[in-house]
Ligand binder design. Structure first.
Ligand code: ACO
Length: 391
């Protein structure tokens, strides 16, 4: 039996706080006019609550995707979180999501390929599904890059936004779904876009903090040149690999970094009709790994995607990396019955209780082990005392 991997659920979440270009002009020397004409961005959403982080955004997007697919979290075999701003170096943000949604049967790991990470994640999910190693995989792109930008550096702080998007890919017998992918990397450009400190090469120290080495550093012009080249090449290549032509493609959803990059790559170089390219970066900025799944969710909600459509996802990012995927959209999933909606409302608090119970059990066990170790120590001291007495 042939196996195909289809997108059966999708969802997104962005934090409430909106920061406009005019707001930024109050903190760095820039203007709404400069940002709009050089990037296409008008506003972005930014986390502003201390308890918000990449995982909290990812959890909201994950829940939305599950509800759309009408699947319980226990149906997931694997959760991949593509991110460049994980909650921690470890544990993986994917594990935090796995626990929060109660996906008790799922493996979970983070994937680091910068803005190309979501498409890399989809390619990994597809491989596992068609080889029979997994039936249902959730791929999330989630970022809080606002926590990693230097808000006094106008070259970078105007570009990024926070958010999360998720898809669920599932094994199906009907042909279609994920048809082809192109994954690329060129580490010789690693220095062009980097967050220098906080890893093993330059661990956190007073000096790294003083020098601002925990902030994103970017050679914007070099990244721009690279991006316009690889976006066009990767799109052309993935269409060929799928055995199609650009005329067969109904929609391109590019990484939402800069309208000028999109225009001079897929539109100008490939002569692809601009009305068939989805752009929403004006409202979100560059949300890195989250930009493609957020755009996909909005494209579906706006009726831009119809069953049978061929869609290209294409992105580029730090590394340097690039990635493209071509999918054929599956028939939409049926509306969720009311009882299932209620079920989700019960499941999430219930999985929090179960998670709390597992933590408590671990703590009690550790305390019991401590007592046991102590009593063995006491036994040993008693033995040595007895030995001394008898000698
Ligand atoms: N406001 C006003 N002026 C600015 C700003 C700003 N926010 N930022 C830069 N400038 C100035 C520069 O200092 C420069 O001044 P100078 O000529 O006196 O030196 C001038 O504007 C022009 O700078 P350029 O770098 O030539 O501007 P450019 O047209 O290339 O646009 C930009 C800059 C928007 C950063 C562009 O190069 C770009 O989009 N690059 C790609 C960046 C990107 O997509 N990065 C994300 C990758 S994905 C990931 O992995 C996270």
């Amino acid at each position: 039996m042939a196996r195909y991997s289809h997108i059966v659920g999708w969802g997104m979440y962005v934090p409430e706080r909106v920061v406009t270009n005019d707001d930024l002009a109050k903190i760095v020397e820039t203007s709404d006019e400069w940002i709009r004409t050089r990037t296409g961005i008008r506003e972005r959403h930014i986390v502003d609550k201390p308890n918000e982080s990449t995982s909290t955004l990812a959890i909201r997007a994950a829940r939305a995707a599950l509800e759309k697919a009408g699947l319980p979290p226990t149906a997931l075999d694997l959760i991949i979180v593509a991110t460049s701003s994980p909650d921690h170096l470890f544990p993986a943000t994917a594990c935090i999501v796995q626990d929060a949604i109660g996906a008790t049967r799922a493996g979970a790991y983070d994937l680091s390929a910068a803005c190309s990470g979501f498409v890399y994640g989809m390619a990994m999910a597809h491989g596992l599904i068609v080889s029979g190693q997994a039936d249902t995989v959730m791929v999330i792109g989630a970022e809080t890059l606002s926590r990693l930008v230097d808000w006094s550096d106008r070259n970078t702080c105007v570009l990024f936004g926070d958010g999360a998007g998720a898809v669920i890919m599932q094994a199906r017998e009907e042909p279609g779904g994920f048809l082809a992918s192109v994954l690329g990397a060129d580490g010789s450009g690693a220095n062009l876009l980097t967050l220098p400190a906080g890893g093993s090469k330059l661990p956190a120290s007073v000096d790294t903090v003083r020098n601002g080495d925990h902030y994103i550093k970017m050679d914007g012009r070099a990244v721009f040149r690279f991006a316009t080249r690889v976006m066009a090449e990767a799109t052309r290549e993935v269409v060929e690999r799928a055995g199609l032509t650009l005329d067969d493609v109904e929609l391109i959803i590019p990484h939402q970094a800069n309208t000028r990059i999109i225009e001079s790559s897929v539109v100008k170089q490939l002569k692809f009709p601009p009305e068939k390219v989805f752009i929403n970066l004006d409202r979100y900025g560059n949300t890195s790994t989250a930009s493609i799944p957020i755009a996909l969710t909005e494209a579906v909600e706006q009726g831009r995607v119809q069953p049978g459509d061929h869609i290209v996802f294409v992105g580029f990012g730090a590394g340097l990396t690039w990635a493209a995927a071509l999918i054929q959209w599956a028939p939409p999933t049926p509306e969720l019955p009311t009882w299932k909606r209620f079920w989700y409302k019960v499941w999430y608090p219930w999985s929090r209780i179960l998670s709390g119970y597992r933590r408590l059990r671990r703590r009690l066990f550790a305390a019991w082990l401590g007592t046991k170790e102590r009593s063995q120590e006491e036994l040993e001291s008693l033995r040595s005392r007895t030995r001394r007495d008898t000698e």
